[in-house]
Design a protein around this ligand. Sequence first.
Ligand code: ZN
Length: 225
Amino acid sequence: MNVGQSRWFASCAVAAILVAGYSTSALAQTRLANSPLAKTKSVTDTKIIHASHPALVASVLRLHAGSAAWRQAVEDLAATGRRALLVTPDQVRVADAPGAPARPFDDGVLAEVQPIPGENDTVDLVVVVINVELLEVLHARNGRMFDLDADLDRILAHEVYGHAMPYLLAGHLSGRCADPAPGQRATDACAIQRENEVRMELGLGRRDDYGLNGLALARRHHHRD
Ligand SMILES: [Zn+2]
C-alpha cells in the first residue's frame, strides 16, 4: 500500500488521468455536461467545483463556509467558466503515457491533481482525485475516525486551493503552484503556503513540513500534483 518516493516521481512524470474513458485531449474538447461525469454536481451555486461523493461535497461546503480566501478564489473564477472536478478513484482511469492502456487509479495514492491542458497549454479543467476510501481505511485502522473530516479538509486545502485553483486562476499550465523542491523549506513552497492560508482560517493547524505529519493521521502515503 505504501507508495515510495521514487515511484511517485517516476509515475508522476508521465501519468495522465482519463476521466470515465475519455483521453485527456478528448476530455478537453468534451463538454462536461455531455460526459458520464455529468452525474457530478456543482457543490455550490458558483458552478466552479463539482463533486458527487458525499464526503467531498461536505468538505467543500465546510471550506467554502470557513475560508474567505477560498471563497475569493471561487468568486474570481466564477466568470471564467473554468472548473475543478473532485472525483474518487473509481471515477477515473490512469494511463502511464499518451496512448498507453488505461489502468485503475493506484489504490495506495491518497490524492492527485491533474490539469487537463487544451490548446497552447490553456487549462479550463482540473481533475482532483481524492482517495476517500483509503483515507477512511487508514483512519479506522488508527482508531482516529473523529479526525477524518478535518484531515479531508486539510487535503482539499492543499490539493484544491494549493494546486488546482492556481492553474484555473491562470487558465494555463504556467499557473502551476509547486510543492517544495528538494532542499527548499516546506513553508516556502507555493502549495504549502496556500494550504496554510486556508488552514489558518479554519483552525486546522499550520503545516510546516512536507513530510506526512501534517495530517492528524500520520500517513505514509504520498500525494501527487
Ligand atoms: Zn502537493
